[in-house]
Ligand binder design. Sequence first.
Ligand code: KIV
Ligand code: ZN
Length: 381
Amino acid sequence: MKKIKIFDTTLRDGEQSPGASLNTTEKIQIALALEKMRVDVIEAGFAIASQDDFNAINQIAKKVKNSVVCSLARVKKQDIKAAYQAIKPAKKKRIHTFLAASDIHLKYKLKMSRGDALKQISEMVKFAKSKVNDVEFSPEDAFRAEPKFLFKVVKTAINAGASTINIPDTVGYATPEEFGKLIAEIYKNVPNIKKAVISVHCHNDLGMATANSLSAVKNGAGQIECTINGLGERAGNAALEEVVMALKTRKDYFKTETDIKTEDILNISKLVSNLTGILIQPNKAIVGENAFAHEAGIHQHGVLQKRETYEIMKAEQIGLQSNELVLGKHSGKHGLTDRLSKIGITIKKEQTTEIFIKFKNLADKKKKISDDDLINLISKK
Ligand code: KIV
Ligand code: ZN
C-alpha cells in the first residue's frame, strides 16, 4: 500500500496563527511529541525570521532523531545559509525553499519577471542542494499560477535538485475537484516529475483544506503538509488529525497509509492548545470535545446496541479512553439506565418511568446532567 508522508508545520505555519507564538522550550516539547507520533517531517521554523526561531530549530535538530528536521527559507543565499546552520546537527535534515509562482505575487509583491523567477529558483535550489541532499521547493500560490508557467517552475526546481515539490493553495481558494485535477495535470505535463514526490499544502479559508489535500492524494500526491488542530495563517492549514484519520478510516477508498501513531493524536492536540492558548471548538472533527459524544436518545440507544450505528471511528484510536454518552434533554431511557448502572446505581424496573420524568425535568433546566446530579436526583426520591 502506498505510504503518504506527513509533514507537520505546526511550528512554522501554525506558529504564524495570530497570537500563537511559542518559546523554545515549548517548541521542543511539541517537536518531541511529533517525533513520538511518527511524523515524517517536522518543519521546525523559518531560521532567518528571528534569532529565537533559529535557536529553536537548532535545539530541535539536536534532539530529534527519527523525523526529518526542516527549516523554511526564501530563495535567497542568506536564508538558505541560516536554514542550513540551524538544521545542521539533525540526523535527517531538509531545506524547504520557496518563491511565489502566481502573476499577482510576482508582479505586486516581488516585482519580478517570470524569467527572473525561474533563474532564481534554479540557482537557489542548486545552492540548497550543495548544502543538503533533501531539498523541497514550493511555488507559493501555485493554485493561482498560470498552469503552463507552474509546470516550467516545477521542472526547473527538479532539474536543480529538488526531490520534493510542494504545491500550496496559499490562499485557500481551490475546490477539491480543481485541486486534484491540478495535481493530475502536473503529473501529465512535467517530464521529470517522477524524480520528485509531490506534496500539498492547503489553507482553509473556505473550509476545504482537508478535502483538497485528500483529493490531491487521490491524484497521486505523496506528502501532505498539515498542522495540529489546523493552526496556521488566517483560517489555518489542513488539520493533521483530520487528514490522518480520513486516510485511516477510509483506507478502502484512498488505498494509502501513514506511519502516524494515531493514539497520540488527542494528547498532542491538547498540548498544542494549552501551549498556544488557542482553544479547540467543541464540534471540531476528531479532537473536539463532542467528536465522540452522543446526546440524542435515538443515537445513544443505537450506540449502546452497536457502536458502529453512529460511530465511524473508535475513540480509542485517537487516544480517548472511550466514547461518551452525554445526558441532556435529548437523551432517552437507555442512556439514563446505562449511566446509572455505570455509576453503581441499580433501580427497579417500576421506578424507571418516575426517575426518567424527574431526569427530563432537570434536563430542561440544565444543559448537561452530571453523575452528581443523578445521585442527588435518586437520593431525593
Ligand atoms: O502557504 C504557503 O504557500 C506557504 C509556503 C511557504 C509553503 O506556507
Ligand atoms: Zn502556508
